[in-house]
Design a protein. Structure first.
Length: 392
């Protein structure tokens, strides 16, 4: 993990400046006049009201973007290096909370539409004037976007969807490293991470000790206000998500898994869930099959390589996986057999902007990052010219 000295200091009470819709380098109220409330998940208290975009606002943004990207526009006349400089400048300005317009983007290039999936999201997915949609979220919503794209203008779609990633710990692994990485692989970002290594398969000889050490680590995990740099775990994103996580925890207890620690909401305000560890988890249980998106660690036992590969792949998802072992041949054999878009060996969540990222099976299609990720936003064109009187 990065040193706290290298992480920007959090602002516990930031000034709320931008609550409107951003179209054509201007801030607007929604066409409908609707707003939605945003709440602080740490306290449950209301922060502000935000303008709610819907189809009419999407239409305005698409019109602005089409104009900005039309042949002969200021943006189209810029070369790649000029556009790249603007993107870096925008990142710096956003970090300093400055106005987007000051970044130098021509009107219509950047548009921001806060809203909900059934309204703004559906309008984007089905819009005849949009050529590409990239979505990160649940598999269920990803299917709806893919369907809407097919029924409209066959727009290209990149989908980064759900996961139930296996993390395989062999008996010859660096034990201390495996325990800590397995812990971070599940509890990072309060468990709200699509790559979360929530199915931990531990080889039988070290299973009991691995469970014991994992429980010790979970009990040491500090929970509280995420603006405090000494806190490791904050709240879930909403009251609804907190309720879903707690319901899945209860299903694990009901189906016979052993609750080692946690399992409840702390008595404090906010949408918190205690760091939770289950042992004796079976593959048919809901907590072993469904994406929890919360701080819940499931630890399962295996005996052979063949067994664990089959069980690891026995899921509708295929976003990520990990293998912990000191045997390079074993690591490569298992990694090649795992049905996942990203496989880590002796590490977890080690991501790089140069490496393509995306999933197999129902974890999505297309890739983000890397050269392949850039190509998702390009079209291939063939131009053939016949020259008369060609001289050799």
């Amino acid at each position: 993990m990065a040193s706290l000295h290298l992480v920007p200091s959090p602002v516990p009470n930031p000034e709320i400046k931008y609550t409107k819709i951003f179209i054509n380098n201007e801030w607007h109220d929604s066409v409908s006049g609707k707003v939605f409330s945003t709440y602080n998940p740490t306290t449950g208290e209301k922060i502000c009201d935000v303008q709610e975009a819907d189809k009419a606002d999407v239409d305005k943004a698409v019109q602005a973007a089409r104009s900005a990207f039309s042949l002969g526009s200021v943006w189209r006349k810029m070369d790649a290096s000029e556009r790249g400089k603007l993107l870096f400048k925008l990142a710096d300005l956003v970090e300093r909370d400055s106005a987007y317009l000051a970044a130098g983007f021509p009107p219509g290039v950047v548009n921001i539409l806060p809203g909900y999936g059934p309204t703004a999201g559906a309008a984007i997915a089905s819009h005849m004037g949009i050529d590409k949609v990239a979505f990160t979220g649940s598999t269920e919503v990803g299917k709806l976007i893919q369907e809407a794209a097919g029924k409209s203008n066959l727009k290209r779609v990149t989908l980064e969807l759900g996961g139930k990633s296996p993390n395989i710990i062999f008996a010859d692994a660096d034990f201390e490293l495996a325990v800590e990485q397995a812990h971070q692989g599940v509890f990072f970002n309060n468990g709200q991470c699509c790559t979360a290594g929530s199915r931990i398969f531990v080889e039988e000889p070290i299973y009991d000790e691995f469970v014991r050490r994992s429980v010790e680590r979970a009990r040491r995990r500090t929970v509280g206000n995420p603006f405090d740099p000494t806190i490791e775990q904050g709240p879930q994103v909403s009251a609804e998500q907190q309720s879903r996580v707690l319901e899945l925890i209860q299903s694990g207890i009901t189906e016979g898994a052993k609750l080692e620690c946690g399992g409840k909401a702390p008595p404090s305000k906010g949408f918190f869930v205690e760091p939770t560890v289950f042992s004796d988890v079976q593959d048919h249980m809901r907590i072993a099959k469904e994406e929890i998106f919360g701080p819940v660690q499931q630890i399962m036992k295996f005996k052979t390589i063949e067994e664990v590969i089959e069980r690891a792949n026995d899921t509708e998802y295929g976003l990520a996986a990990a293998v912990f072992t000191t045997d390079l041949n074993k690591a490569m054999t298992v990694s090649a057999a795992l049905q996942a878009g990203t496989v880590w060996i002796n590490c977890y969540n080690a991501l790089s902007c140069q490496c393509p990222f995306g999933g197999f099976k129902m974890s999505g299609n297309g890739r983000e990052l890397g050269e392949i990720g850039l190509k998702e936003y390009t079209e291939v064109k063939t131009i053939t010219m016949k020259m008369s009187g060609k001289k050799s």
